[in-house]
Design a protein around this ligand. Structure first.
Ligand SMILES: Cc1cc2nc3c(=O)[nH]c(=O)nc-3n(C[C@H](O)[C@H](O)[C@H](O)COP(=O)(O)OP(=O)(O)OC[C@H]3O[C@@H](n4cnc5c(N)ncnc54)[C@H](O)[C@@H]3O)c2cc1C
Length: 267
């Protein structure tokens, strides 16, 4: 989809412009359902601005299309047991939510911990020095790999913008880092406490030495969990979509992907 057209009143979508085999084609229908993901759906609405919707479609009442982008604060911890091998083939089988709502002395949600796909030796070649004194064979054989997810918070300044038809700009500054750091430290401590003999080592290219272990945090281009750019709600002044994901400002436009979330949760 390249662009949406509206009726003269601006209340209905009358055409969906798409590129099909290199040709632009206009589709019509009684209802139009957009589901391009939080970045691309908001970009489509912004790019489709017209006289009746000068700030972008569905954006007259709230000005929130593209805003409140969230993507989770994400990272991995790779523990390597010195006690035994981990021969799991299908490792992604367990999630731990004990710290989801915080912990004694810390009342804020910290997020969730889950197993992630198993480290394989092919992904370690070339990083031998980072794992020393362990060999990469030991790491691949004995690793127990964890994925940590913490909520980020909705902020209007974290937003998707467009420049012309081709360019999408994403402004995002991470917030809510403290609970993620706390969750990371807590989990690292528990792995040590339960005597699994873990060394926490960096995975992939991104790592931050911290408190004697390595934390791998997903960088900005990891936007796999994008939500929030067309949030839903009852009030047209503070939300883009109604509770059925229909645009407040257009009668036949629905947005049904991750855009409608007003908060990301952390599962
Ligand atoms: C590597 C990775 C691992 C993940 N693991 C998990 C997991 O274990 N558990 C979990 O819950 N979630 C996971 N997620 C997140 C999950 O995949 C997303 O939250 C979910 O797919 C978002 O759904 P969506 O409908 O919002 O967007 P998408 O699934 O991204 O769908 C958008 C679709 O729109 C298409 N599109 C984009 N622009 C246009 C356009 N202009 N015109 C027409 N079509 C367009 C795209 O090609 C795409 O097919 C993972 C994501 C990634 C990247």
């Amino acid at each position: 989809m390249l662009r949406l057209h509206t009726s003269a009143s601006g209340r209905e979508i009358t055409g969906v412009v798409a590129e099909v085999k290199g040709e632009q084609t206009v589709f019509t229908g009684d209802a139009v359902v957009v589901s391009c993901g939080a970045v691309n759906s908001s970009a489509l609405l912004l790019r489709s601005a017209n006289d009746k919707h000068p700030r972008g479609l569905a954006n007259n009442s709230s000005g929130l299309v593209g805003r409140n982008l969230m993507k989770h604060v994400l990272g991995s911890l790779v523990g390597v047991s010195t006690l035994k091998a981990n021969p799991s083939k299908f490792q992604k089988t367990m999630a731990i939510n004990d710290f989801y709502w915080g912990e004694p002395g810390y009342e804020f949600p910290m997020g969730s911990i889950q197993l992630m796909g198993k480290t394989v030796i092919e992904g370690l070649r070339g990083y031998e020095d980072k794992y020393a004194p362990l060999t990469i064979e030991e790491v691949a054989k004995n690793s127990i790999d964890w994925w940590l997810t913490t909520e980020d918070l909705p902020e209007a300044k974290n937003q998707v913008r467009v420049e012309g038809d081709q360019r999408i700009i994403v402004d995002y500054t991470e917030n809510n880092s403290e609970p993620f750091d706390r969750l990371t430290e807590r989990w690292n401590g528990i792995l040590k406490e339960i005597g699994c003999g873990c060394h926490i080592v960096p995975q992939m290219n991104y790592f931050t030495p911290k408190s004697g272990y390595f934390q791998t945090k997903m960088p900005m281009h990891s936007l796999g969990h994008q939500v929030g750019t067309c949030k839903f709600g009852e009030d047209p002044a503070t939300s883009v979509l109604d509770l059925n994901c229909r645009a407040h400002d257009l009668d036949n436009l629905y947005v049904v992907d991750g855009s409608f979330f007003s908060f990301p949760a952390a599962q």
